[in-house]
Each structure stands twice: as structure tokens, then as C-alpha cells.
Design a binder for this molecule. Structure first.
Ligand code: DON
Length: 257
């Protein structure tokens, strides 16, 4: 097998092992139904018969490897903001008997040892140590905003520790900078989490002048790829719902009726 073919197959298997794909397949549709929907199956119906491995015999799954966020508003202006995660592929690898869904694995979100603060951003404070009966910290920030008692905005994103910044920026972009939902999602994002002491900024998200000014202020700046996948709904001044589709991920979508 040549290297490009191996690479394609490795990427495919990696995607097959994604938390979201598995969760949806296991809980909502079942693996077989999910693959009927997405195209050709990566396995044969007969487990005793070898399948042919070929990059041309499957279609790409439409799910990404990300933790997932959904923003929903119905015609009665009920709103749902939901971020869910299995964390690693297949989460804890434990399926709830009789229920058919996986349990997640958030152990990476507890502090590994007291006082063990390091440059990678692991912080050794005692409140977040792994102890019986405790729940680890989470950056997940599913958010519903109301204005004058009425629904105004729904937002949220995957992205680990960058989530809080991503969500806040979508809100600031709409509330303080007057952007519509799509503009708020499209705008460049930055992230600083105290440790490491640097600003990560999205490539093409900011002008060279802005970056130079941040450097001149003494910031260490670091260019990176996309940050988060914010799915945003804003209730416009005319009452019409605006959906903000985050094009940083290939598998999102905004839909209404
Ligand atoms: O709860 C948290 O903050 C993390 N376990 C979320 C993980 C995450 O967003 C990974 N996504 N890209």
C-alpha cells in the first residue's frame, strides 16, 4: 500500500472514531442507518468476509472530530444551547448498558497534581484536583442571551479552553460592535489563557498592523489556524432569526423554515 493511500485510510479511520459520529450513530440512528445516510459502508454485512480496503470505495463522513455545539430556536422562541463532548475518541469507551450511548472522559479537565502549574497551561490549584464526589472544571459555555426579557441570542462553541473566548467574542461582536450573526461568527478570534503567556490569533483574522501593535505593547503573539466552531442565532430587530454558520468547520450548517 502506498503512502498516500495509507494516509487517506488513516484519516478515514480517525474520523470513524470521532466522538460525535459514534454518539449519533449509537444513540439516534444506529451504525447501520447512519452509514445508509452517509453513503457506502466501511464494512461488509457479513463479518466473516473480508472487505476490500480502497480509498475509492467509501464516501467521507460528514462529521468532524470536534466536540459539538448546537443552537436552536423554535417558532415560539424557545431556545436550546447545547455543547456536548466525549473528549477523546469513544470517550471513556464505556457504553451505558441498555441505553446504548457512550460515557465521556473528562479526566483531562482535572488538575493532575497539587501545585503543578506548567507552561502548557496546566494549573495546579487545589479546587480542581481529582477527588471523589468532585466534578472537573469545564470551559463549555452554552449561552442564551435575553434582552428586555425576550430571547436575543444563542451561542456556543467547541474548542476546549478557547471556548470561553470564542463565545464571548461572538457576543461582543453582536452586542457591542453591531455585527449580524454571520459577521460575528466570521470575525477573527484570539485566545489568551494566562498560561502559556501569549496571544494566539487566527491566521488572516487580523491586520499586520494590529499584530504589530500587540507586539509593541509587549505581547507575545502566535499565529494559529481556526479557533472554535461557533453556531450562533440572533433575533434581528425585525424579529427574523439570523443564523451564523461557522465556516471554520466543513460540517456545520444553518437552517430554518
Ligand atoms: O469541558 C471542557 O471544557 C472540555 N472537555 C471540552 C472539550 C472540547 O471542547 C474539545 N473540543 N474541541
Amino acid at each position: 500500500m502506498n503512502a498516500p493511500t495509507q494516509s487517506v485510510i488513516a484519516r478515514f479511520l480517525g474520523r470513524l472514531a470521532t466522538p460525535r459520529l459514534f454518539l449519533i450513530a449509537a444513540t439516534l440512528l444506529g451504525l447501520d442507518l447512519a452509514w445508509q445516510k452517509h453513503g457506502s459502508k466501511p464494512w461488509k454485512d457479513n463479518p466473516n468476509e473480508a472487505s476490500v480496503s480502497s480509498p475509492s470505495s467509501f464516501s467521507w463522513p460528514t462529521e468532524s472530530q470536534e466536540t459539538t455545539h448546537l443552537s436552536v430556536v423554535d417558532e415560539m422562541r424557545n431556545a436550546v444551547s447545547m455543547t456536548y463532548t466525549l473528549e477523546y475518541g469513544y470517550g471513556s469507551r464505556i457504553v451505558v448498558p441498555g441505553a446504548g450511548f457512550l460515557l465521556n472522559n473528562e479526566m483531562g479537565d482535572v488538575n493532575s497534581a497539587p501545585e503543578m502549574t506548567d507552561e502548557r497551561g496546566n494549573i495546579g490549584t487545589r479546587p480542581n484536583l481529582a477527588l471523589p464526589g468532585k466534578r472537573m472544571l469545564s470551559s463549555m459555555s452554552p449561552t442564551i442571551l435575553a434582552r428586555d426579557g425576550k430571547l436575543f441570542m444563542v451561542t456556543g462553541s467547541p474548542g476546549g479552553r478557547t471556548i470561553i473566548n470564542t463565545v464571548l467574542m461572538t457576543i461582543l461582536n453582536v452586542v457591542d460592535f453591531g455585527m449580524n450573526a454571520q459577521e460575528a461568527v466570521d470575525a477573527g478570534r484570539i485566545h489568551h489563557q494566562w498560561l502559556p503567556d501569549r496571544i494566539n490569533y487566527e491566521r488572516y483574522g487580523f491586520s499586520a498592523d494590529t499584530i504589530a501593535r500587540l507586539r509593541a505593547m509587549g505581547h507575545t503573539v502566535n499565529e494559529q489556524g481556526g479557533q472554535g466552531v461557533a453556531d450562533v442565532i440572533v433575533v434581528g430587530s425585525d424579529g427574523v432569526l439570523e443564523g451564523g454558520l461557522d465556516r471554520r468547520a466543513p460540517d456545520g450548517g444553518a437552517a430554518g423554515k
